[in-house]
Design a protein around this ligand. Structure first.
Ligand SMILES: Cc1cc2nc3c(=O)[nH]c(=O)nc-3n(C[C@H](O)[C@H](O)[C@H](O)COP(=O)(O)OP(=O)(O)OC[C@H]3O[C@@H](n4cnc5c(N)ncnc54)[C@H](O)[C@@H]3O)c2cc1C
Length: 448
């Protein structure tokens, strides 16, 4: 039987290798470290965590907790190693990062079906393969991926704006309208109007808010000096950097009120924050032009000073950092197969998923599906009602014109048959449906 090539021995690549090998596939896992390294990794271990050592909240009522449950049912190696190397961290699953990476390296390197090759891959393999080279994919490989996917379909930076839940927006203040639309009572955007005083107070709060300290290799995002992706970067300065260019810079930029009239006051607002629908179910809204480097706590504090967002629930905070990812909605199937070459799979952060658990999950699914491909078995899509399936659905169905990475959250699950207002009850229903769907998926996998 032919072998499976996996590029990248990070969280996703290790999980993919393990899952495929567990199904009898011979795997060759290519990891370029230590010969060639990334700007963030410092060791030669597989599955090195480059930042936080927390894999998220364990409680199943959190998206990360539900992912953990699903990964546990699917026999995830990485989750198992995380549990074995866990540190006391309250409700979170935090690990001793050295022990975690050591254990995974040991498990992978002693598996009889897995061969580790310490080598940088620069070309796309012409045989069944999983590309799991991560947010810091080497330059040569990135260039081959760009040739494969198309010049405009590979990105080098996140420029993520926050997303708020639709139900948390105060619609007594906000109004729906599209710029220049003749009918002022409807439109595609939700607009949060500000008067002059509110706008000035907001800008002041924004400028004095605490920012995340960038790594050296990420500083180019702020300064505009040296970048691989001019297309992506030029129009995407952090909102606080734009604001620092002059007190009305935002009112003439992303917060311009041009073509918008507030049906409540019959006036043009001094400034507006536009919110754009982010998922088909219209449960999530994206703050247009609000990519930012403020700390998460400061984003919540400062953005809640915007009238209509005073109770906003942030399902994703804004961020900007170096991140190589493909335009998955145009290029991938929900099975993580490349649309134009079905024996090529993508996994991990390069697919446009954020967060350790979500990236482990894509590795797991790519490993199972690649094994099925090699074994001639049917490839079963993960049900969208599960948290793993919802993530895969999101990255493969999001709007292509403004695709940005997504982290697991309850807002991406398909809407319930009958809406439930009470949040805890709603989550309970989602959980029950997700668990049933996962059990059904496991049964189907066991039968084929
Ligand atoms: C600076 C930084 C901080 C981060 N902080 C967090 C955080 O706190 N929490 C969080 O959830 N996520 C964080 N992330 C995202 C995090 O990287 C991912 O969640 C996770 O590591 C992604 O897993 P992965 O397997 O896709 O990529 P990685 O874990 O990065 O693994 C990819 C592997 O591929 C290898 N590789 C790259 N190119 C090649 C090649 N051409 N040939 C062979 N091997 C190659 C790399 O050496 C690496 O080992 C951070 C990312 C960065 C860059």
């Amino acid at each position: 039987m032919s072998e499976l090539i996996i590029i990248g021995g990070g969280l996703a690549g290790c999980e993919a290798a393990w899952q495929a090998a567990a199904r009898g596939i011979n795997v060759t896992l290519y990891e370029m470290r230590p010969h060639t390294t990334t700007p963030a990794h410092t060791t030669s271990f597989l599955a090195e965590l480059v930042c936080s050592n927390s894999l998220g909240a364990k409680d199943i009522h959190h998206a990360s907790g539900l992912l953990m449950e699903e990964l546990s049912k699917l026999d995830s190696l990485v989750l198992q190693c995380a549990k074995q190397t866990a540190l006391p961290a309250g409700g979170a699953l935090a690990v001793d990062r050295a022990a975690f990476a050591t254990l995974i390296t040991e498990k992978i390197s002693t598996h009889p079906k897995i061969r580790i090759v310490r080598q940088e891959i620069t070309e796309i393999p012409q045989q069944p393969a999983v590309i799991a080279s991560g947010p810091l994919t080497s330059e040569h490989l990135a260039s081959s991926i760009q040739t494969l996917c198309g010049q405009d379909n590979l990105f080098f930076f996140d420029a993520i704006a926050p997303i708020v839940s639709a139900e948390s927006i105060n619609m007594n203040i906000a109004f729906k309208a599209s710029r220049y639309a003749e009918d002022n009572t409807a439109g595609d955007y939700i607009n949060c109007p500000l008067n002059k005083d509110e706008y000035e107070a907001f800008v002041e709060a924004l400028l004095s808010a605490e920012r995340i300290r960038l790594r050296d290799f990420e500083n180019e995002i702020q300064t505009g000096v040296k970048t691989n992706s001019a297309r992506y970067f030029e129009g995407c300065l952090p909102i606080e950097v734009l604001a620092s260019r002059g007190k009305d810079a935002l009112a003439y930029g992303p917060m311009r009120p041009t073509g918008l009239y507030n049906p409540n006051t019959h006036k043009r607002p001094y400034a507006v924050v536009q919110l754009r629908q982010d998922n088909l179910a219209a449960t999530l809204y994206n703050m247009v032009g609000f990519q930012t480097n403020l700390t998460y706590a400061e984003q919540q504090r400062v953005f809640r000073t915007i009238p209509a967002l005073e109770n906003a629930e942030f399902v994703r905070f804004g961020q900007m950092h170096r991140n190589t990812f493909i335009l998955s909605p145009a290029l991938l199937l929900p099975t993580l197969q490349f649309r134009y070459q079905p024996d090529l799979f993508f996994a991990g952060q390069i697919t446009g998923i954020e967060g350790y658990m979500g990236n482990i999950a894509t590795g797991l699914i790519a490993g199972i599906n690649a094994a099925h491909w090699l074994l001639g078995k049917p490839i079963i899509p993960t049900p969208p009602a599960t948290m793993i399936g919802a993530l895969l659905q999101y990255i493969t169905h999001a709007e292509t014109s403004c695709f940005q990475p997504m982290k697991a959250n309850f807002g991406i699950l398909p809407p319930l048959d009958s809406p439930i207002r009470h949040k805890q009850q709603r989550i309970q229903q989602h959980l029950q449906r997700a668990q049933n769907a996962m059990n059904q998926y496991l049964l189907t996998l066991a039968e084929i």
